[in-house]
Design a protein around this ligand. Structure first.
Ligand SMILES: Nc1ncnc2c1ncn2[C@@H]1O[C@H](COP(=O)(O)OP(=O)(O)OP(=O)(O)O)[C@@H](O)[C@H]1O
Length: 307
């Protein structure tokens, strides 16, 4: 079931007499149970898009529907959206975990009894019960982030927007957030997630949407995107340093260079051109590689630069 449907979104800003087209023409959807990784380099237009989805920024053109209602026209549609957009700012630091949950539950329209029972359910489900009486400012960053996500779903919204949910968290806390996101998706939550941590995006997402300069560059199911590139990527390990001419030539070829190795995307025939550029460096190793989302993202960004 489609929960989010945004069509033809556009937004420009005027900065010192100049026009910045932050979002040029963007259509986006998210179904129940789907985790969509919404990716793009800094300035691609992700935050502006999220703000248009939540009614914080009015689009110049286009429509947003969340469960069939437009949050820019009908504030009731906002009840279907949970969002953790800016770190932990939505937490009350001097209240306990449980008090925060109950308080937000009531704020989101639950009565006291409902808020208390929903708080108990979320505390248990997300391993926060032990901390229920701890004041928020005494929690670790990972716990605060878990709580922020729990608060955003207290009123059981159909769509959850997560902006960089694992930013700055250690390995264990990241694992905790990842399993929380997976559990929410399994229970039918539609989740749109922005992150620059592409390993996290790869692990969590069912679909990837990559934005570049206000437009969608690629949109595909994550597994399909990875499979597509995995059949045609090779790692070449070489000895020695690339000279300036080699670096220049490689820039126009479908390769990502990383110190003493490079990742090539393309047909086996195209490999010869790359090996030619590398000559006379010693080729230590050449093997087919399973591409990950980081490789693919860099490759697509590079490809777009040469269009
Ligand atoms: N309030 C604003 N006023 C003027 N320009 C803005 C404003 N907000 C964003 N922009 C510009 O719009 C473009 C898109 O920015 P946006 O923050 O949406 O990108 P982003 O993909 O979220 O980037 P990041 O990954 O760095 O958060 C950028 O060029 C940015 O400078």
């Amino acid at each position: 079931m489609q929960i989010l449907k945004a069509t033809g979104l556009k937004k420009h800003y005027r900065v010192r007499g100049e026009t910045v087209e932050a979002v040029k023409n963007l259509s986006l959807s998210c179904a129940a149970g789907e985790v969509v990784a919404f990716l793009g380099a800094n300035g691609a237009g992700k935050t502006t898009t999220l703000k248009m989805l939540t009614g914080l920024v009015r689009p110049d053109a286009g429509t947003v529907e969340v469960c069939g209602e437009d949050p820019n026209r009908d504030p009731k549609a906002l009840r279907q959206i949970g969002a953790v957009l800016e770190g932990n700012r939505n937490l009350y630091w001097k209240l306990s975990v449980q008090e925060n949950l109950e308080y937000f539950g009531v704020l989101k329209g639950l009565n006291h009894r409902q808020a208390r029972s929903r708080a108990a359910e979320l505390l248990q489900r997300f391993g926060l019960t032990e901390k229920k009486n701890t004041l928020v400012f005494q929690l670790s960053r990972g716990m605060q982030q878990k709580l922020a996500i729990a608060l955003s779903v207290i009123h059981q919204p159909r769509l959850l927007l997560l902006d960089e949910p694992t930013l700055g968290l250690d390995v264990e806390a990241t694992l905790g957030i990842k399993s929380m996101v997976m559990e929410l998706a399994e229970q039918g939550q539609a989740i749109l997630l922005t992150t620059h941590q592409l390993d996290v995006a790869q692990e969590l997402s069912t679909r990837v949407v990559i934005m570049r300069q206000g437009e969608i560059l690629t949109e595909k199911p994550t597994g399909e995107l990875i499979a597509e590139y995995s059949g045609q990527s090779y790692t070449i390990q070489f000895a020695g340093e690339l000279d300036t001419l080699q670096q220049h030539k490689l820039r126009s070829l479908p390769v990502n260079v990383q110190e003493d190795r490079l990742l090539y995307f393309g047909s086996p025939a195209g490999l010869y051109e790359v090996l030619d550029v590398l000559r006379p460096l010693d080729i230590r190793h050449l093997e087919p590689t399973i591409a990950d989302l980081t490789d693919i993202f860099l490759h697509l960004q590079k490809g777009a630069l040469h269009v």
